[in-house]
Design a protein around this ligand. Structure first.
Ligand SMILES: *[C@@H]1O[C@H](CO)[C@@H](O)[C@H](O)[C@H]1NC(C)=O
Ligand SMILES: *[C@@H]1O[C@H](CO)[C@@H](O)[C@H](O)[C@H]1NC(C)=O
Ligand SMILES: *[C@@H]1O[C@H](CO)[C@@H](O)[C@H](O)[C@H]1NC(C)=O
Length: 761
């Protein structure tokens, strides 16, 4: 049984129930109850302040020669309330003594890419336009064993200016001299006219937005008159080595009705370029995008023209189209079902010479999420989540079948991916010459660093020769160590993987992070937090995060429990699909069984000081647990971030309607869906709510509208349950702003501390 906390915290309840008359601009300060709460901090503690101030390295990009890597790097200063963006260039060679070199001239930030082996292009925001600079990189290296030294001997020179400030996602082909990028344009598709059209739009004398079709808003943006398109422009180098634009900007997709990259998360992963062509993925132009996920892959001349569809027309979403080196083959990731975004992604190969398309990983029960051909074009490297770790795999390409097929008859070696890494989380695959692969990895204990995999030639020839199980025995060398010094002495937890039996006797995985100060054999008891991930089709993976970083909870003294219940990815498609139409079902059997397992296994946990928190589906789970005291979690406080309160309303109000329609068996007014909503809607169980709860929501969250948290808050307040509402007017489904992130952590830990902190025992 839960204690009626509302008696103990009556003064707070009264304070927040005073009729609200404060002006809209200052509600939070007038409602804050006095608090003496402070984070645990110190040289050996990795505090929320350390998290927001820690450097954030991006993905490494190697130069065409494959001897240098550039890495974008951001760092926030709490003192100046500013993000300092810089770019690092590091050598890939050497004996394993890794280091990095800040190219201080690049400190203005912006995107960067390689123009050639020794020239970085750097895009910097100027006055109402973007300027692109070329910067020479000098790399001195005496012999092959040496790491060498990198410097930027000259000032950057202006290459040219884009007419807007929004050009982004740059890909450059050295061989053809074409730079391809994306930008937003009005229906006439003219990049040079955007500035004047923006001014006309701003000064139209009203702020009204009018819609005749869905996707009126998406993720965090109200749809305006502009759409995203791809552009190309020639870059030329004079005999005196000075770079400049060599043509007008060409709108490659003009007249196609296609938009690429696909909003809101598409980037350079949504297209690739060869010397003469662009391959891209775009939402099917004939289907309403709010209730369809179908994306087609097209190929088009780099100067525009008529696109040719490469997909069969029978697929769902597609992602990450890539060319092989000579542009004769394309690979992409393809999902079968239109209307679902979490069915199994399969690798599809298109042989452009033979005009044949075939599915490579039809039999493999994992879902690849990024791709790269080897330099020889005979192998394909890819990442995929596997039991809560994102690993790199390789497969040889079979001879192209005689006709297109989704299920070719292939020898074992073509259908048995060989793992190159065993975690932590890998991404940013880039094939390099001499059997090397560049990857960027992060883990629970470190943000991104660049790693170089070598010895792949031997592996490739071994795979070619044999049909038996092969293990990778090459080298994986760490190239950068961006945050190692900052994290030294903090003793971050690597996370211990646990397994237990859940619903239907399935094996369920989770992670344990022991609290800072925990010592083997001591009898001290610790408060415990259950963290519930969103999605629901995602997973807690051994990966760095600046939101919901489990080590932050461990470092604030909480025994941290992370469970990957039914619906989680990386454990096979059946397990992921198990949550469909069952949001309030199997996952909660898993969570209860996992909770019992953890309490039984770790006597150092104090079950009377237990709390839980989750966002998105995790927030749904928190609201669901509120209404189900019979689960006997005995949580003393809950935190719900951007979670579902009313499943019925959510089925109407969310931006991506396909998501609800899939997971809840139809549209919210249809019979089967109505029955499931009746069964699994958290707002139907408010009469049982009694646990203190903090609600946090971003007003620009158009996935789950802020009224979800407002509704739950009103319910808690009227029931006299201690509750607090924190609104971030400028945040979307995620809290991204550094200052807001710090405030988020303050409110979460202050809330928990009030109910299970040291003084409350
Ligand atoms: C930003 O970083 C660069 C490179 O590390 C450094 O030179 C510069 O002083 C920093 N600027 C600020 C404002 O911190
Ligand atoms: C594009 O817009 C610019 C600036 O308004 C104009 O000079 C140019 O003629 C336009 N191009 C086309 C093809 O309409
Ligand atoms: C670091 O953490 C581990 C696991 O929680 C613990 O065994 C060890 O004692 C800690 N070391 C220090 C120096 O605190």
């Amino acid at each position: 049984m839960r204690l009626p906390y509302y008696f103990i915290f009556l003064p707070i309840v009264l304070a927040v129930q005073v009729p609200f008359k404060a002006p809209l601009s200052s509600p939070v300060t007038t409602m804050n109850a006095p608090s003496t709460f402070a984070f645990k901090e110190g040289p050996d503690v990795f505090s929320p302040k350390d998290l927001v101030e820690l450097g954030r390295p991006g993905t490494g990009v190697a130069n065409p020669a494959g001897d240098l890597v550039l890495v974008p790097y951001n760092k926030y200063s709490s003192k100046d309330k500013k993000v300092n963006r810089s770019i690092f260039v590091a050598p890939l060679a050497g004996s394993g003594r890794p280091f990095e070199i800040p190219v201080s001239l690049l400190f203005k930030g912006g995107e960067a890419f390689w123009l050639d082996g020794r020239t970085v292009a750097h895009v910097v925001e100027g006055d109402k336009k973007l300027d692109i600079y070329a910067l020479d990189i000098d790399y001195k290296k005496q012999d092959s064993d040496e790491v060498g030294t990198v410097s930027a001997p000259n000032l950057p020179t202006l290459l040219g200016s884009f007419p807007t400030t929004t050009a982004t996602n740059f890909r450059y082909s050295l061989l053809s001299g074409q730079l391809v990028f994306s930008d937003n344009v009005y229906p006439d598709g003219n990049l040079s006219a955007v500035k004047e059209q923006d001014e006309a739009w701003e000064n139209r004398g009203t702020t009204a937005l009018v819609y005749d079709t869905t996707y009126e808003r998406h993720w965090d943006t109200w749809t305006g008159p502009k759409t995203t398109s791809l552009f190309s422009v020639r870059l030329v180098q004079d005999p005196d080595h000075k770079w400049h634009f060599g043509s007008q900007f060409t709108n490659i997709l003009k007249g196609t009705g296609h938009s690429c990259p696909v909003e809101p998360f598409g980037g350079t992963d949504d297209f690739d370029i060869s010397t003469s062509q662009v391959v891209y993925t775009a939402k099917d132009p004939d289907l309403p995008p709010a209730w369809h996920t179908k994306q087609n892959v097209y190929i088009i001349d780099i100067l525009g023209g008529k696109p040719r569809e490469l997909t069969s027309g029978k697929q769902g979403a597609t992602h990450n189209p890539v060319f092989n080196k000579d542009g004769s083959k394309v690979a992409w990731l393809e999902l079968d079902l239109d209307g679902y975004e979490s069915d199994r992604a399969k690798i599809v190969i298109y042989d452009l010479k033979k005009d044949v398309r075939y599915t490579l990983t039809q039999q493999w029960d994992r879902s690849p999420d990024s791709l790269a051909f080897s330099k020889t074009g005979e192998f394909i490297y890819f990442t995929a989540g596997d039991n809560a770790r994102v690993k790199v795999f390789v497969l040889p390409l079979p001879p192209t079948p005689s006709k297109s097929t989704t299920d070719p008859d292939l020898d074992t070696k073509y259908v048995s991916p060989v793992a190159i890494t065993d975690g932590p989380a890998a991404g940013g695959l880039q094939s390099l010459y001499y059997g090397r692969l560049l990857i960027t990895q992060s883990s629970y204990t470190s943000p991104n660093d660049v790693f170089l995999v070598s010895g792949l030639k031997d592996l490739e020839s071994e795979i070619g020769r044999s049909d038996t199980l092969i293990t990778f025995s090459g080298e994986i060398k760490q190239i950068t160590r961006f945050t190692e010094n900052d994290l030294k002495g903090k003793n971050l937890s690597k996370g211990e993987s646990i397994w237990f039996k859940g619903a239907e006797d399935k094996n369920i995985q989770g992670w344990i992070l022991k609290p800072k100060g925990w010592k083997e054999g001591e009898t001290k008891k610790w408060p415990v937090v259950l963290l519930i991930h969103g999605g629901p089709q995602s997973a807690w993976e051994d990966q760095w995060s600046t939101r919901w970083n489990p080590n932050i909870f461990a470092q604030q003294g909480y025994f941290s429990v992370l469970i990957n219940p039914t619906g989680s990815t990386t454990f096979g498609q059946e397990f992921t699909d198990g949550i469909t139409e069952d949001w309030g079902g199997k996952p909660f059997v898993d969570l209860q069984k996992g909770w019992k397992y953890v309490l039984n296994t770790y006597p150092e946990i104090d079950p009377d000081r237990a709390v839980a928190a989750g966002a998105s589906w995790g927030g749904y789970a928190v609201n669901w647990i509120q209404g189900h005291p019979e689960y006997e979690f005995n949580f003393k406080a809950l935190v719900c971030h951007d979670g579902v309160f009313d499943s019925n309303y959510n089925g109407f109000s969310t931006d991506e309607l396909f998501f609800f329609n899939h997971d809840w068996a139809g549209r919210p007014w249809e019979k089967k869906s109505k029955e499931i909503i009746d069964k699994y809607n958290p707002s139907n169980f408010v009469h049982k709510w009694g646990t203190p709860q903090l609600l946090i929501h971003g007003s620009k969250d158009y996935r789950l509208a802020e009224t979800e948290s407002i509704g739950a808050f009103h319910a808690l307040q009227q029931r006299g349950v201690p509750s607090r509402l924190v609104i971030f007017p400028d945040e979307n489904h995620w809290v991204l702003n550094h200052g807001n992130s710090l405030k988020w952590h303050y409110e979460v830990f202050r809330w928990f501390d009030q109910f299970v902190g040291e003084k409350s025992t």
